[in-house]
Write a protein that binds this ligand. Sequence first.
Ligand SMILES: N[C@@H](CCC(=O)N[C@@H](CS)C(=O)NCC(=O)O)C(=O)O
Length: 233
Amino acid sequence: MKVVSFKICPFVQRVTALLEAKSIDYELEFISLSDKPQWFLDISPNGQVPVLITDEGKTLFESDAIVEYIEEAYPPLQSGITLEEKAANRAWSYLASKNYLVQCSAQRSPDEDVLKERSAKLGKAFDRIEKQLGDTPFFSGDKIGMVDIAWLTLLHRTDIVNKHSCYDFVGDRPKMKKWRQELLKTGLAEKSVSADFVEAFSAFYLSDETYLGRGCRVVDGSFSEACATDSCC
Ligand SMILES: N[C@@H](CCC(=O)N[C@@H](CS)C(=O)NCC(=O)O)C(=O)O
């Protein structure tokens, strides 16, 4: 199968993370979103990535639909779960994916005030998942599942931002912090993106144009002057 991709797209990463978690072979084809090729526009009804082209040549779009297809068409990540558990997984996954663009926009904040406002929005979703997390390494227990895959992209990005700027979108949420650690330990974050992902991500989100890129740091819960080194903690 083939995934039509854009390097720093979180919706694409959710799909590739699931493929990696299931050890399914796939090819990637990167396109430019500012100059979409005609073949892509011909097969993508919404003009967006990800698009998945199955081994049979069928074209699928919308990441929610694609991950559902991958979960059902191949040996499941989570076998033997009830319909209610499946529905709950969808709902908690949706809380992640509907916040991908919220996180993107927060990462692009030009200044402190905008960052505060945008990260507060993301924080509401983080509060809800923090309340729902238990004491197991992953969302539903000891094995990685669909909700973990959906949240992986958000948590991966919080980790990159945190390493660059000392600002942590996760904030004071201990269960999420532990969860992020467990998810990163699986290696799926790196496997689901290209080798130059951090570079490409940083060029867009952590450049001089963004508050995070200029190396904001948090002291006693508030932002202090910019610090532009790679590691300012
Ligand atoms: N609802 C879509 C959202 C995908 C999406 O927003 N993709 C972005 C890249 S991260 C895109 O293709 N943007 C190009 C455009 O909208 O023209 C999904 O879940 O697949």
